[in-house]
Design a protein around this ligand. Structure first.
Ligand SMILES: *Cc1c(COP(=O)(O)O)cnc(C)c1O
Length: 405
């Protein structure tokens, strides 16, 4: 039996919606991107949503919007995917990585606090595996009088906010909640990924959710960034086609990071089936948790607690006392049985590139240790009951063979 790690959810409705775009002759940014933006904003309870071609591009766009540049620092977890850091680097600023707490994949608020200095312009919390960070604690921190005093605004948007920006890397956490509030309403700006492996996809894509406090006008900031995302054109090609033909202006230094209608069609059709897709994910998550709970030596992910509700984007297991070799052996033996496991993530300080710019793994012992002991199980709505049973049976067998039981 073959169990791939994370195939995209493509059924007849998804195909129909894409075919509809193809037949309409309108394949790039147009009516479906607008529909997706409105739908995301309404669903997640924010003023505005901007669709772009990746979460990576969305994060970089918004850091630039906030005036983050050379000499500035942005605090990020060491335990994340590379683009949390590269978004900062592409602005010319320094990603200040913070170590994890022992035995937790979550952002360490204590370590964030220690990393704040006069150059800190933003914090990018990452909702790993769809599990929301502790946003109340983060906001308490950036609003604390001594922390606000440290903040040195150097750009009109920084002046206007008057404190460190919180921009969530919510690449994993579409639909998750914190204190009953959906991801999107938890940070000043939130960037969701619609990459092919995420819960909802547009093949490649990202959504920036605008939830900036007054006196910001989210509508206005959305409009400015929309224009930048389409090469600085005052109107996109669809608007031109609808309106007065060829004439347009270039009104800002743009980038080419717009989403296509073909991609938006996939995401719209999936959103129509969100309830069912999410319900199946939850069911699988609980089946895994139930079947594995008595195994000593592993730590299972949480699905919900008093504050939070995850979305089962990943099922992250920590092999608490095992070496990286044992973890690798587990992955390899499961692969021989036809089951693809994965690692989320190799921590950033372990990568050649980040080491080449001076990031030292010795300074991130917990992130490195967590990374070496992590393994993620396949979890997606298309998994059949037979596949789930086979996966669990195989996993329990291989774990016990490796001395974890
Ligand atoms: C997938 C992912 C991203 C990047 O998303 P793209 O849409 O592929 O740019 C960013 N951060 C995390 C944590 C991710 O897992």
């Amino acid at each position: 039996m073959k169990i791939p790690f994370s195939p995209p959810f493509i059924n007849e409705s998804v195909i129909q919606e894409v075919v509809d775009s193809l037949s309409s002759g309108w394949i790039t940014t147009g009516p479906k991107v607008s529909r997706l933006e409105n739908r995301m904003a309404n669903w997640l309870g924010v003023d505005k949503a901007l669709c772009v071609n990746s979460a990576s591009a969305g994060m970089q766009l918004m850091l630039e919007w906030f005036g983050v540049g050379p000499g500035d620092e942005v605090i990020i977890p060491a335990y994340t995917y590379a683009s949390t850091a590269t978004a900062v680097l592409h602005c010319g600023a320094i990603p200040v990585m913070v170590d994890a707490d022992p035995n937790s994949f979550e952002l360490s608020i204590n370590n964030v606090e220690k990393a704040i200095g006069p150059k800190t312009k933003a914090i990018i919390p990452v909702d790993i595996g769809g599990w929301p960070c502790n946003y109340d604690a983060l906001f308490q921190l950036v609003n604390r009088e001594d922390v606000q005093k440290l903040f040195t605004p150097q750009h009109p948007h920084q002046e206007k906010l008057g404190r460190i920006l919180i921009m969530a890397d919510a690449a994993h956490s579409i639909g998750s909640k914190y204190k009953g509030r959906p991801v999107g309403t938890l940070a000043d700006l939130t960037v969701i990924s619609l990459h092919a492996v995420k819960n909802i996809t547009s093949a490649e894509g990202g959504v920036v959710l605008f939830h900036l406090p007054a006196p910001f006008q989210n509508e206005e900031e959305y409009r400015k960034n929309k224009i930048i995302s389409q090469n600085g054109h005052s109107k996109n090609v669809h608007e031109k086609a609808l309106n007065d033909g060829w004439r347009y202006d270039i009104v800002a230094l743009g980038k080419k990071i717009n989403m296509t209608d073909l991609g938006a069609a996939i995401a719209l059709a999936q959103l129509d089936q969100w309830e069912e897709m999410q319900a199946r994910r939850n069911e699988i998550f609980h089946q895994y948790a139930q079947a594995l709970k008595s195994i000593k030596g592993i730590r299972l992910p949480q699905f919900a607690d008093d504050l939070r509700q995850g979305n089962g984007h990943l099922f992250m297991i920590q092999l608490v006392d095992a070496s990286a070799e044992i973890r690798d052996q587990l992955i390899s033996e499961m692969k021989d049985l036809g089951i693809a496991l994965n690692v989320h993530f190799v921590s950033l300080p372990q990568f050649t590139y980040f080491q080449s710019i001076g990031v030292q793994p010795e300074n991130y012992p917990h992130a490195v240790q967590l990374s070496n002991s992590e393994v993620s199980l396949p979890i997606y709505p298309q998994l059949s009951d037979e596949q789930i049973q086979f996966l669990l049976k195989s996993l329990i067998f291989v774990l016990s063979k490796l001395g974890i039981g």
